[in-house]
Design a protein around this ligand. Sequence first.
Ligand SMILES: Nc1ncnc2c1ncn2[C@@H]1O[C@H](COP(=O)(O)OP(=O)(O)O)[C@@H](O)[C@H]1O
Ligand SMILES: [Mg+2]
Length: 244
Amino acid sequence: MSGSLLSTHGLSAGYGDFQALFGIDVSIDPGEAVALIGANGAGKSTLLKCLTGLLAPTSGTVQLDGESVGGLQPHRLVERGVAMVPEGRRLFAGLTVEENLRVARDHGRRSAVLGPDWTIPRVQELFPVLREKRHALVESLSGGQQQMVAIARALLCNPRLLLCDELSLGLAPRVIAEIYEALPTIAAQGMALVLVEQDVALAQRSTQHVYCLLEGRVTLSAPSAQVSREDITRAFFGADHAVA
Ligand SMILES: Nc1ncnc2c1ncn2[C@@H]1O[C@H](COP(=O)(O)OP(=O)(O)O)[C@@H](O)[C@H]1O
Ligand SMILES: [Mg+2]
């Protein structure tokens, strides 16, 4: 598709003999926020791994700016503007909050296209706790605070596209709200977002487009504002599932 930032075309992938994704076509426009929903094991994280170069597709392509990026290493994709907040956060234990942020800043890219670069002071403004706790070891932080470090670390790479894998997992509602309230500020810079999210209502509210995966296939692709609960239920559980 012309004009899209990142897209996949007939993408299949798996682990050894196990096929997890079957002919996936998705597309994200510059500045667009897209939700990726689906039950546990549907293939959401696997798709993100393919989009960030962590997993090579067995067939099909991933295109960035209309150009195939198949086989590019993850750090090359970061240089091209694709960053991820991975499931489970994967911070550098044994380092302080500020040290975690400095590593990201020193390995990030400078933004040629989007607004002002993300800096450590700017991410501290977005999440003030990152300043308050800057000398604390990351493992001493709460889950929500660690998630903020993980988001800040991805932002310091100055991505054009930020992929977030289950930001809200295991967090208290108040913390989830705080994190999601920061997303419009992040997106205001023109960054595109992919949100893998279990909370479907939250996913819909926070995005313009929603994709649903079911057992490795796309079962729904529609504007977020236009999908009904019934559409979602069908896409989540399959056509045979009785709608409650
Ligand atoms: N490292 C792995 N090795 C083997 N199978 C995996 C691995 N990671 C995920 N899977 C399998 O791939 C399928 C999709 O998993 P995943 O992409 O993690 O789903 P989701 O993120 O939607 O919960 C599941 O059946 C899961 O068990
Ligand atoms: Mg997952």
